[in-house]
Design a binder for this molecule. Sequence first.
Ligand code: PEP
Length: 249
Amino acid sequence: MRKPIMAGNWKLNKTPNETIVFVEEIKPLLAGLNDVEIVICPPFTSINVATYLTKNTNIKIGAQNLFWEKSGAFTGEVSGDMLKELGCEYVIVGHSERRQYFGETDQTVNKKVFAAFAASLTPIVCVGETLQEREADKVEQALSAQIREGLQGLNAKDHGKIVIAYEPVWAIGTGRTATPAQASEAHGLIRGLLGEIFGEAAQSIRIQYGGSVKPDNVKELMAQSDIDGALIGGAALKADSFEKLVKYK
Ligand code: PEP
């Protein structure tokens, strides 16, 4: 049984004060809900206040990025240990915005996955094809390269340590969602690729869908057998909308 995981990626949104307002609003709305794993990924500067306010609740905190070195002359970077000490449990790795605007590659994703493991953080590894790749019928090729290279060096014993997010780039922040059939097909493909690395244990790895998930399409997406949760941007920024997404059932 894969426990669904609903995660909000706040991107470059919410100051520490705005984070306090959101967390205090969402906590009572989600109290007692334990059949879904709930994760919020604020910007670095809001993590401290978020972990403090969600201590002993059912809400877990993740970061949106990390660097692969533990310390040293890397101005502006943040390590896995720093995030762990703040109380983070998850970290998003290889989000398409990081690939697009900050030069991340499957190789840097790979280093970050191992850095997350070293700090006992669970990486949420993002993969997904561009519109150009979809139109050229290269979805499988794109996902296969991202999974094989991004997860290089992992083996069956690592299956419990990662979450995958399938996020077609053309669906992120565009209001354009993959149809349940398109998402389902891609998730099936990804599970097959994970099988090459993890064997049977691939069945226990959770694969989230991300790309314009909203309260009015979440139920249909979550009904697909290989979709085990959602990574949500815009619709996770308001407490009432995030509540509806977490309570998709
Ligand atoms: C995301 O940030 O990962 C995302 C899927 O954004 P949105 O839900 O806004 O498309």
